[in-house]
Design a protein around this ligand. Structure first.
Ligand code: SF4
Length: 485
């Protein structure tokens, strides 16, 4: 696990996106899996979004609510802390991944337990919680089906919503058969790759965990400041089991997930399921407010995680990324993600949102290639239910990445040399004559096959037209001089 800036957005930058993408592109099975899965979700999303006449107004409202939250984040967080505390919960503040991991580990230790069940959560992946708990002798069991597949395979999630999107059902069957027994209830003998059989095997395996776990760890989709209510939306019911059966519930939530009132939820609960799974409503929407005698966990802890978010908030353009509700619509429409998959981004946040969020959370110098992992086609902006202008943030971060590389990089030196030449008519004429000569030597049928030396990086992936035999200025001098008044 790398730990840029002392924070904990895991496994970043090894290798950087261009190299990782090249490897991923060579994997035909991966590309076929991704094409099928993203295409299906994309079509469903378009169909259900088109059912609502006020879809655009809902997007506008969501963007306005999120803007208000970012303007008054401090106020809403203090209000949330007071509401949760008044309802019987305990709020903890974590400046970074290390602090959040320490808090959660101590809370689990205080219960005397060495196992926890987990609801799918991006925030806990971001801080590398499972790995940290394992070092402390505590086993975390993922209970979301796709997260279970990832955990059994000692793999990494490759999609925000469908973490095992890179695996097909035959690969899942093989994994269940080989690994389930090491983590608890083994897979039934002669398991086929029929989705119903696979789901039943997971159900039996997980039920044992749900019925014995005393501690659960979750993330949160939203937390309502004025009531202290925390919410998780999910499709399988595993979350509901974790949120209700154990005695202690620990929720790790990014500070940007707070919203002012219950009324605001009305907007997001229409946008989120349609944008994420292409459903009209979430199959399971669980809410809880502190603790309730005789109902659900006796102890509730809410860990509010910063981990680079206040730095992101300070950037007027970049802060848009904090509005993300993790629907993953931008991933499913992105031509780059569809071809490379999520692992190439080297971050728990892949795709277009990962390309703008990760560099801000860890510092642009630690993720400089990610803002360039885009064609800037704008499909992500069109799809985003909270109207994050991802292309705008991408170009903003590209400028920062170039700046961060310093004045001595090859690109910076080339730009400096170009500026000097373009500034001087004499140097420009000399450069044009040299280019024309080079074009005659290297060009064939008006094209240069491969540029020499370090310039080959340009021509390897692009057609390079040979420079014309004479420049426009020379031609003008020869042909139009006599026409001057
Ligand atoms: S950036 Fe927008 S489209 Fe992408 S995951 Fe976040 S909310 Fe969804």
């Amino acid at each position: 696990m790398s730990d840029p800036r002392g924070r904990g957005v895991i496994w970043l930058g090894s290798p950087a996106f261009p190299e990782a993408a090249r490897t991923a592109l060579a994997d035909e099975q991966l590309r076929a899996n991704l094409k099928r899965a993203t295409g299906t979700i994309r079509d469903k999303r378009l169909a259900v979004a088109a059912e609502l006449d006020d879809w655009e107004e809902l997007r506008e409202s969501a963007a306005a609510i999120k803007k208000r939250v970012s303007r008054h984040l401090d106020r809403y967080l203090l209000e949330l802390e007071a509401s949760v505390t008044a309802a019987g919960g305990t709020v903890h503040w974590a400046a970074d991944a290390a602090e959040a991991n320490r808090i959660v580990t101590e809370l689990v230790r205080a219960t005397g337990e060495s196992e926890v069940v987990k609801v799918k959560s991006m925030a806990t992946q971001e801080i590398g919680l499972n790995e940290h708990l394992a070092e402390a002798g505590i086993t975390a069991y993922e209970t979301d089906l796709a997260e279970l597949i990832v955990q059994l395979g000692d793999d990494r999630p490759s999609h925000i919503l469908v973490p095992a999107i890179h695996k097909n059902r035959t690969e899942v069957r093989d994994l269940f058969a080989a690994e389930m027994g090491h983590w608890g209830q083994p897979a039934p003998e002669h398991l086929s790759d029929d989705p119903r059989e696979l789901a039943e095997a997971a159900r039996l395996h997980l039920r044992e965990k749900f019925l014995t776990a005393k501690v659960a760890v979750s993330g949160a989709n939203f937390a309502v400041a004025d009531t202290g209510t925390v919410m998780v939306v999910e499709s399988e019911g595993n979350g509901r089991m974790c949120l209700t059966l154990p005695e202690t519930l620990i929720t790790v939530m990014g500070i940007e997930k707070v919203i002012p009132t219950w009324q605001d939820l009305e907007v997001f609960l229409q946008l989120l399921p349609r944008s994420s799974t292409g459903e009209r409503m979430n199959p399971y929407t669980s809410t809880w407010t502190g603790t309730t005698e005789g109902d659900g966990p006796r102890d509730f802890h809410l860990v509010l995680l910063d981990n680079g978010r206040t730095d992101t908030l300070a950037d007027e353009t970049g802060r848009q990324a904090l509005a993300c509700i993790r629907c993953s619509a931008c991933l499913n429409v992105c031509p780059v993600f569809e071809r490379t998959g999520g692992h190439a981004y080297g971050s728990v946040y892949p795709g277009p949102i990962g390309a703008v969020l990760t560099p801000q959370l860890v510092g642009i110098e630690n993720a400089a290639s990610l803002p360039f992992a885009s064609t800037l086609c704008g499909a992500c902006y069109d799809a985003c239910p909270v109207k994050i202008n991802i292309p705008e943030v991408l170009t903003h971060l590209r400028a920062e990445a170039v700046e961060a590389k310093g004045r001595t990089s090859a690109e910076a030196l080339a730009m400096k040399a170009a500026a000097t030449v373009l500034d001087s008519p004499r140097l420009l004429a000399t450069a044009q004559r040299a280019a024309a000569l080079g074009g005659r030597v290297l060009g064939r049928n008006g094209r240069i096959g491969r540029l020499p030396g370090p310039l080959s990086g340009w021509s390897d992936t692009r057609d390079t037209p040979a420079p014309p035999a004479e420049s426009f200025r020379t031609w003008w001098r020869k042909n139009r001089k006599e026409e001057r008044p």
